[in-house]
Design a protein around this ligand. Structure first.
Ligand code: NAP
Length: 320
């Protein structure tokens, strides 16, 4: 594993981190969750990413990971970076989502209980709340650190301008913003195009990119149809209709380039994310332990020649 410095902080994060958004709810068996997290830790993935609402049902991924922490990783807490977030809908009524101090602190207390922890390493505001003063949301993050319930704080899905402002407020409060968590992959490049990487980098934050495989689209799995049990068959966040003929053409072209590099497409997709200077870590998901091995294999070759990058752009534009 490679460990990268997170922005201007003292914290090193693994180049590949594991997220528990999918495959860790009550719908999945405990053995598979254990196998995936144990394989990740064995391969040097020290960072596990959660949120209050991961499941289904919401909260169940934190509960499952809490059990794994107790049963499998009790001796390893200080070797792990565990993050959680609040921002999306978690409970009914006016205090169960967005960015108020009331919600942010109540949710953190609930997460700690589910995880069976005294503190998380990183606590995030999961999304920008246009109706709550940024000072209030950032004040809640600062309080989380001061009260010992989090070591660092981060923001996720924040636009560029709010990123700069959030960093400024947190700096004034004396709790620097550690990290930004946007979605970024070859098919979805908004953080680069909209100045989010630049805003985060200029503010001294690291960047951890979620869905580097575009939920599995940037792997070879959809090249010949939609395999049973894949995320597209679940159809909640990735729908079958998204696997279109033009997409499959792009994926095929990219797959050939990956082969020429001696990589799987998943490995090339992760390497491509990591090839951006601002990026600290690629935050993957996995439904099986073998997918962890595939991802870690990406680190064998994270360099791209200019001509390769140009060819990837061509494939993405559909002009190959
Ligand atoms: N901050 C936010 O708002 C936000 C939003 C979304 C996600 N996240 C974080 O980012 C994490 C990762 O998101 P993601 O799961 O969408 O990431 P991803 O890495 O883009 O997709 C992971 C999925 O791709 C498939 N896959 C992985 N490796 C594969 C391989 N080698 N070959 C074939 N298929 C492979 C698996 O799906 P199959 O089931 O098809 O096997 C796997 O569950 C989440 O767990 C969460 O922690 C954060």
């Amino acid at each position: 594993m490679l460990y990268n410095r997170t922005g201007k902080s003292g914290l090193l994060l693994p180049a590949i981190s594991l997220g528990l958004w999918h495959n860790f709810g009550a719908t999945h068996g405990h053995d598979s969750k254990r196998a995936i997290t144990r394989r990740a830790f064995e391969r040097g993935i020290t960072h596990f990413d959660l949120a209050n609402n991961y499941g289904p049902p919401p909260g169940s991924a934190e509960e499952a990971f809490g059990q794994i922490l107790r049963e499998d990783f009790a001796a390893h807490r200080d070797e792990m970076i565990i993050s959680t977030k609040a921002g999306y809908h978690m409970w009914n009524g006016p205090y169960g989502e967005w960015g108020s101090r009331k919600y942010m602190i109540a949710s953190l207390n609930q997460s700690l209980k589910r995880l069976g922890l005294d503190y998380v390493d990183i606590y995030y505001s999961h999304r920008f709340d246009p109706d709550t003063p940024l000072e209030e949301t950032m004040g809640a993050l600062d309080y989380a650190v001061r009260s010992g319930k989090a070591l660092y704080v981060g923001i996720s899905n924040y636009p560029a301008k709010a990123t700069t402002e959030a960093a400024k407020i947190l700096k004034q409060l004396g709790t620097p913003c550690l990290i930004h968590q946007p979605r970024f992959n070859m098919l979805q490049q908004e953080p680069l195009e909209q100045g989010i990487f630049k805003a985060a980098h200029d503010s001294g934050m690291g960047v951890i990119c979620f869905s580097p495989l575009a939920q599995g689209q940037l792997t070879s799995k959809y090249l010949n149809g939609i395999p049973e049990g894949s995320r597209a068959t679940v159809g909640q966040f990735l729908k079958k209709e998204q696997i279109t003929a033009p997409l499959v053409e792009k994926i095929s072209a990219l797959n050939k380039m990956a082969e020429a590099r001696g990589q799987t497409l998943a490995q090339m997709a992760i390497a491509w994310v990591l090839s951006h200077n601002e990026v600290t870590s690629a935050l993957i998901g996995a439904s099986r332990p073998e997918q962890i091995d595939d991802a870690v294999g990406a680190l064998q070759n994270v360099k791209f020649a200019k001509a390769e990058l140009a060819k990837i752009d061509k494939a993405l534009n559909g002009s190959i």
